[in-house]
Design a binder for this molecule. Structure first.
Ligand code: DGL
Length: 270
């Protein structure tokens, strides 16, 4: 049985979830973590809900073998389509990024006009739309998939003319008429925060689901008496399903520090 010293499991389709892990480490520095990036099967954002759910269950199964006390589904696409299946399959708390992001958006929006950007899978699932609708009454809710943001973030093209042009193409005309809150509904989008803010203007508040999720994990563990008291050393494990080189190479962009090692694991699909 996991106890308060057990690690928190975090999974994503690849490297992007390191933005969520970063927020989690900042908020809960005394917690040990096991991060799994399914780099062999990335991207999830363009795959069907059925396939993403199958991959997500396998990721969770592997993390459970590490004795985790809670599971954070860092991937927005997996959170959008696989959360009910994960909650059903696991006996530990499962936290997705979507509800936390929606609750934050509901708090910060003054005009009641909100927009969400994410992968095609996340937007098509309607998960953000439902989560937002559950929080409060909205004057307006707009959604848009911005698939090119993912490769741009991975390539490190997060400022300058290319991402600015792409952001303008996606967001001009989409963010208008009093929308004051924009949810960055994808692990990779916080890297493009500067460009997105520049394009949508200073009056729009950008909501980063990672930070909101970390707060939620803290609340949940606190109320269950499962927060680590810091009496044991912190341990951070990084697992990937493809060879680790590329993951390590781009890790600094997402985590703020370059990782030097990650263990390659096999998910064993039958
Ligand atoms: N991690 C995914 C998400 O947040 C983005 C990358 C992918 O498509 O797998 O939706």
């Amino acid at each position: 049985m996991p106890d308060s010293r057990s690690p928190i499991g975090v999974f994503d389709s690849g490297v992007g979830g390191l933005t969520v892990l970063k927020a989690l480490i900042e908020r809960l520095p005394r917690e040990s973590t096991v991060y799994l990036g399914d780099t062999a099967r990335v991207p999830y954002g363009t795959k069907s809900a059925e396939v993403v759910t199958r991959y997500s269950l396998k990721n969770a199964e592997l993390l459970m073998e590490h004795g985790i006390k809670a599971l954070v589904v860092a991937c927005n696409t997996a959170s959008a389509v696989a959360l009910p299946a994960l909650e059903k399959a696991l006996s530990i708390p499962v936290v997705g990024v979507i509800e936390a992001g929606a609750v934050t958006a509901a708090k910060v929006s003054a005009t009641g006009k909100v927009a969400v950007i994410g992968t095609p899978g996340t937007i098509a699932s309607g998960a953000y739309q439902r989560a937002l609708a559950a929080t409060r009454a909205w004057q307006e809710m707009r959604v848009k998939s911005c698939p090119l943001f993912v490769p741009l973030a991975e390539e490190g093209w997060t400022e300058g003319p290319v991402p600015t042009l792409v952001a303008k193409e996606y967001l001009t005309g989409f963010i208008d008429s009093g929308i004051d809150t924009l949810v960055l509904g994808c692990t990779h989008y916080p890297l493009l925060r500067g460009v997105v803010q520049h394009v949508v203007g200073p009056s729009v508040t950008l909501v980063d689901s990672g930070k909101a999720t970390a707060e939620r994990v803290e609340t949940l563990l606190k109320s269950a008496g499962m927060l680590n008291d810091g009496s044991t050393p912190v341990n951070r494990k990084f697992l990937v399903t493809d060879v680790p080189e590329r993951f390590l190479e781009v890790s600094a962009r997402f985590l703020g520090q370059r990782l030097t090692s990650a263990q390659q694991v096999d998910l064993k699909f039958s």
